[in-house]
Design a protein around this ligand. Structure first.
Ligand SMILES: N[C@@H](CCC(=O)N[C@@H](CS)C(=O)NCC(=O)O)C(=O)O
Length: 205
């Protein structure tokens, strides 16, 4: 049995999208960040960094129970387990996916989160930070727009690279900044939003 411990945030949606794409059965375990449930003793055993998402699979490699935390580990694990087309085994194609997957996980999301913090959520307004992170987000959207010129997805076919970027584009690109200046990103976003797995993954809980 797979348990996904998560909340309705960008990284949480990435993990849920990946699990939904496999079609495997799973149990959703909400960890309410507003109530600081990520600091609960049981959850910290799964995610010592007190962050969602975390995943437990009681039918891991060799039948072992495995636990993991972070969208990166979960996306690669779930793709290998149940949706290999999302993380191609061919070494050349995998490098192309890795480039954008790691960028999405380690650069795009953390910087987009700073934009979200300073421009949307922080009650204290820091104009220099707002200006900086808005410029950074616009620059990254421009980069993604260029990458999607003449191709449907970031790295060949739909993959975990796209999943690692989609939630922040949905949240900050569509809702906060607007994708009018980024037509390729807009087309890419709408194609992903239409996937049944993505629609299930974004259902509120
Ligand atoms: N590198 C991790 C980051 C996970 C992360 O930032 N989780 C946030 C929500 S999006 C969280 O749980 N924050 C609560 C905390 O830090 O206490 C990933 O890719 O999933």
């Amino acid at each position: 049995m797979i348990e996904l411990h998560t909340w309705m945030t960008d990284n949480g949606f990435k993990a849920r999208q990946a699990v939904e794409e496999t079609g495997l059965e799973y149990v959703l375990k909400p960890i309410n960040l507003r109530h600081k449930e990520q600091f609960g003793a049981e959850f910290l055993k799964l995610s010592p960094v007190h962050q969602i998402p975390a995943l437990v699979d009681s039918d891991g490699p060799g039948g072992a129970t495995v636990t993991m935390f972070g969208s990166g580990s979960i996306l690669t694990y779930m793709a290998k387990k149940g949706a290999p087309e999302l993380y191609p085994e061919d070494p050349i194609r995998r490098i192309a996916v890795d480039n954008w997957f790691y960028w999405g996980t380690s650069t795009f999301t953390p910087l987009a989160q700073q934009f979200g913090h300073y421009t949307i959520r922080s009650p204290e307004k820091v104009p220099a930070a707002q200006k900086h992170y808005e410029a950074v987000l616009l620059d990254m959207l421009g980069t993604i727009n260029k990458q999607l010129d003449g191709q449907d997805y970031l790295a060949g076919d739909y993959s975990i690279a796209d999943i690692s970027c989609y939630p922040d584009i949905h949240i900050h690109g569509v809702d906060d900044i607007g994708l009018g200046d980024f037509p390729n990103v807009s087309r890419w976003h709408d194609a992903i939003a239409a996937r049944p797995a993505v629609q299930r993954a974004w259902e509120k809980f």
